[in-house]
Design a protein around this ligand. Structure first.
Ligand code: ZN
Length: 96
């Protein structure tokens, strides 16, 4: 379980999201914006190896366009640094 949590932590860190301490009831972790600390969601730790990275990768376009993530824009800025052409394409697709 510790390895999965670490994997989830690293996957979200790549898009500018911090994994908070687990909620009192255990298997859920709060997701915090690494830019401003605002809560942007929850994630459960019952994922299989590789799932966390795949999940975050699938959400790239949503973070890029601002449909997912914090209103401060930190995640969008982070994914732009990861892949600027894809970021731009996603912005244009969702802008229409
Ligand atoms: Zn923020």
């Amino acid at each position: 379980m510790g390895e999965i949590v670490e994997e989830i932590r690293q996957a979200y860190a790549s898009v500018g999201i911090t994994l908070d301490a687990p909620a009192a009831y255990g298997t859920y972790y709060r997701l915090l914006c690494a830019g401003c600390g605002r809560m942007v969601g929850n994630v459960g730790d019952r994922l299989l190896p590789g799932m966390a990275a795949a999940l975050v990768a699938e959400q790239f376009d949503l973070y890029a366009s601002g449909l997912l993530g914090c209103p401060c824009g930190h995640q969008s800025e982070r994914v732009r640094q990861l892949d600027a052409p894809r970021w731009q394409a996603a912005r244009q697709r969702f802008a229409g």
